[in-house]
Design a protein around this ligand. Structure first.
Ligand SMILES: NC(=O)c1ccc[n+]([C@@H]2O[C@H](COP(=O)([O-])OP(=O)(O)OC[C@H]3O[C@@H](n4cnc5c(N)ncnc54)[C@H](O)[C@@H]3O)[C@@H](O)[C@H]2O)c1
Length: 335
């Protein structure tokens, strides 16, 4: 099998991990890394046994595929050069800063007969993969994504930095049009919001509440789902699922006195089945799975798991949330 020639543009915190993994994949050859910071490019190239460049255009004639992991404000400019040459991209999340930029990239990809994958890495979390194997019609979803302050991604706020992960996951689970968005947020350390809360209401009645903070003392990544089938909790950091399912008898019958008495003593032993599932058994890490999905899509021409349309959809909801966050507070109308 001929190896695909891959380059990585932006080898900072995340890009250096992309480069490290690409250099180990048998189906790829890491032909170069690019960083505007020449010393950083050199250091990563040396570790990965490849060439260092400072200008992304140096890769244009050398690659079959590229990973773009520069700060989000530069995604559009860097990605456009490669798409114009018909080179497929794995572009980090969020796909771009605005929906307009995302549309430009999608249009370029289509015009030049290539594609974009977007780095929504939680789709490859084994706990989320397990969740998707259990059909559910959620009526309510709650997501929390909290981190300490990393000092990175200050070009964007917490909605595009962290909440975008959960927006992509919620849109994957709820296949219904979005009816309304309510949100608020606050900037703590700079100009962009560091805390945000949003409520999405879908046309099928499902409601999703999302909370994100990047100035939180205790990191956490959780999702809870409620539906007629029961309750499911996802811990993305520990890669665990908690599934609680009421039995058929409980679901089908009204509560009488005998049942009420039994529920008090035997709720979780007889009536609700509780399953704790450890999903942290996958042989490969999420970033490797994401990169392998990208290389498979390049090789076969089949869609990647997270295509450009999915990246754009998450960004479109994020933009509505940001509009609500930045809307002037509504004041009571004067009499
Ligand atoms: N999928 C995830 O979970 C995840 C996690 C972290 C970051 N990200 C995303 O990855 C991207 C990079 O984030 P990071 O934390 O690695 O940032 P970073 O600041 O650590 O690294 C970015 C690197 O890009 C370089 N750079 C900047 N402009 C460039 C240009 N025009 N050409 C070449 N190099 C350039 C910088 O010198 C730096 O080394 C962002 O879009 C971010 O949102 C995704």
């Amino acid at each position: 099998m001929q190896r695909l020639r891959v380059g990585v543009v932006g080898v900072g915190h995340l890009g250096k991990e992309h480069a490290r993994i690409v250099a180990t994949l048998p189906e790829a050859e890491l032909v170069g890394v690019v960083d505007a910071n020449g010393a950083q490019a050199e250091a990563v190239a040396q570790r990965c046994g490849t060439q260092a460049y400072r200008d992304p255009r140096a890769l244009l004639s050398r690659v079959d595929a590229v990973v773009v992991a520069v700060p989000t404000v530069h995604h559009r400019a860097v990605a456009a050069d490669f798409l114009r040459q018909g080179i497929p991209l794995l572009i980090e999340k969020p796909m771009a800063v605005t929906v307009r930029q995302a549309d430009e990239l999608l249009e370029l990809a289509e015009r030049h007969r290539t594609f974009l994958q977007v780095g929504h890495i939680e789709r490859f979390n084994p706990a989320f993969e397990q969740l998707q194997k259990r059909p559910m019609q959620p009526k309510y979803i709650s997501c929390e994504r909290y981190s300490g302050f990393s000092g990175r991604s200050t070009d964007i706020g917490v909605v595009l930095d962290l909440m975008i992960h959960d927006l992509d996951l919620v849109l994957t689970l709820v296949r219904a049009p979005l009816r309304s968005v309510e949100a608020l947020g606050a900037a703590v350390l700079g100009g962009n919001e560091d805390l945000a809360q949003a409520r999405l209401t879908f046309a099928n009645g499902c409601v999703a509440d999302l909370r994100a903070s990047r100035v939180h003392p205790t990191p956490a990544r959780h999702m809870h789902l409620f539906g007629p089938e029961g309750f499911t909790g996802v811990d993305f950091a520990r890669r665990r699922l908690t599934v609680m399912r009421p039995n058929e008898h409980l679901r089908q019958n009204p509560l009488d006195a005998a049942m009420l008495a039994s529920l008090k003593t035997d709720l979780f032993t007889r009536h609700i089945h509780v399953e704790e599932i450890d999903c942290d058994t996958a042989p490969r890490d999420q970033l490797t799975c994401e990169l392998q999905d990208f290389l498979r899509a390049v090789r076969t021409g089949q869609s990647p798991r997270v295509d450009g349309a999915a990246g754009r959809a998450a960004l479109a909801v994020a933009s509505r949330i940001l509009d609500a966050v930045h809307a002037p507070a509504s004041l009571p109308m004067a009499a």
